[in-house]
Design a protein around this ligand. Structure first.
Ligand SMILES: NC(=O)c1ccc[n+]([C@@H]2O[C@H](COP(=O)([O-])OP(=O)(O)OC[C@H]3O[C@@H](n4cnc5c(N)ncnc54)[C@H](O)[C@@H]3O)[C@@H](O)[C@H]2O)c1
Length: 408
């Protein structure tokens, strides 16, 4: 009787533990499934895709400077117009460059992919990711000790803010803060150079615009986010000792440019025989821009990077005051939009179908004109390309890229 019950007890215990074992296994598999498929954010999944075979190796090799004195730069917005030019220039002079871009579809994504292909051929790897992705940014900073961050990623464009305001908050505010958070924690902290905009001058009527002029009357949400960016930069410099330089670009144009900008879509429309709308100011006011050629902007960006002092904090703690700068990067010679069209007509050998339209209230300002004496003095910045020569280079690129010829 005793022998029978102990055998039974043993069988009973054995079946219980077998049962428990299978349940445990089931729960572990379930947990793995849930954490992989339900708890992973889109960004985490993007990161896992990015981190396929050899991903870290590609980041490391792209980040390696070719000379012992070279910098190691994270360029955000590297697949963008200015970002791709700046990345190429940094790489050409021997710096290590890692790009980051989310390849959003604000304008033709194939242009961004073609810029990426161009950069990859010179050894610059662009990580496909978002500046809002803390996991990704921390991972990049754990692989590479960046000496500088050239932050050019943003939602650009003044008029689009009326269509998609959230994209400006997401990239220009949340994304910027996220990036600064990661930079402030880095050991050592990198120096940051970032793109503000001439749009911060908003309704300021004193010309030419100087860095000391008022910037508290933005005319668009885009301008407001850039102005907010300058204040955010101030606070991160003040609290954490990050060295930060803001560059106020004035209407940048050139090869590989942005299809949403007037010089670009005017070219397309003139060639296609479409009419173009030319905005006019009321009461004889002129609409003019201080058009600045991309190569001049690139020189200004590199000079800002080369003169940036090191951040003074480490791991989120400020040791002493750090450098905080803002510069205008313009051309100092505003040109009326009508004259821009005349230059394009001559270069394309096609007469434009002009339609004069009163300037709508869409965030655009009437007139921009940079005073660049501060950048001249402290960065050695000296733009050398006039609008005609710059547009000639742009048109040459445009016709080749889109495989078109001018009408004779
Ligand atoms: N081009 C100009 O005339 C001009 C004038 C003033 C200021 N800026 C500023 O200069 C910078 C570069 O402008 P651009 O003309 O090269 O514009 P661009 O749109 O060609 O480049 C910006 C790049 O950033 C990327 N990006 C946007 N949001 C992102 C995010 N959340 N995460 C990762 N990548 C993101 C985009 O995909 C794009 O490739 C921007 O900050 C812009 O606001 C440009």
């Amino acid at each position: 009787m005793t022998r029978f019950s102990s055998a039974n007890r043993f069988r009973f215990q054995f079946s219980i533990s077998k049962y428990a074992f299978w349940w445990c296994l089931f729960f572990i598999v379930l947990l793995c499934f849930v954490s992989n498929h339900l708890l992973l954010s889109d960004n985490d999944r993007r990161l896992l895709r990015n981190r396929g075979k050899g991903w870290e190796q590609r980041v490391l090799s792209s980040a390696s400077p070719r000379s012992s004195t070279g910098s190691t730069v994270l360029v955000t917005g590297a697949a963008g117009f200015i970002g791709s030019h700046v990345s190429a220039a940094l790489r050409n002079r021997g710096d290590g460059v890692v790009g980051l871009d989310n390849f959003n579809n604000y304008y033709d994504v194939s242009l961004k992919h073609d810029r990426r292909a161009m950069l990859e051929s010179s050894g610059v790897f662009i990580v496909d990711g978002d500046i809002n992705d803390q996991v990704l940014l921390k991972k990049l900073f754990s692989i590479v000790q960046f000496t500088h961050v050239m932050h050019l990623a943003a939602q650009a464009g003044v008029r689009y803010a009326m269509k998609n305001p959230a994209s400006y908050i997401d990239s220009n505010l949340s994304g910027f803060v996220n990036l600064l958070e990661v930079c402030k924690e880095a050991k050592p902290q990198p120096a940051i150079i970032w793109a503000s905009s001439s749009s911060v001058y908003g309704l300021n009527s004193k010309v030419p615009f100087s860095e000391t002029d008022r910037t508290d009357q933005p005319a668009s949400l885009y301008a407001a986010t850039k102005k907010a960016g300058e204040e955010i930069a101030h606070s991160y410099n003040h609290i954490y000792g990050l060295s930060i330089t803001g560059l106020r670009f004035f209407t940048v144009y050139g090869p590989w440019g942005r299809p949403d900008m007037a010089y670009f879509f005017f070219t397309k429309d003139i060639l296609q025989g479409n009419s173009i709308r030319i905005f006019e100011g009321g009461k004889g006011g002129v609409v003019a821009r201080d058009f600045t050629y991309i190569d001049d902007i690139v020189k200004g960006c590199l000079a800002a990077l080369d003169t940036a002092e090191k951040s003074t904090g480490s791991g989120g703690k400020k040791m002493r005051p750090a450098q905080l700068r803002v510069y205008n990067l313009g051309n100092t010679s505003p040109v009326e939009v009508g004259s821009l069209v005349s230059i394009l007509e001559r270069l394309l050998k096609v007469k434009a179908r002009r339609v004069a339209t009163p300037m709508p209230r869409n965030g655009d300002v009437m007139y921009t004109h940079a005073n660049i004496s501060l950048a001249e003095k402290e960065l050695g910045y000296k733009p050398t390309t006039d609008l005609r020569s710059g547009l000639e280079k742009f048109v040459k690129w445009y016709l080749t890229y889109y495989n078109q010829s001018t009408v004779n």
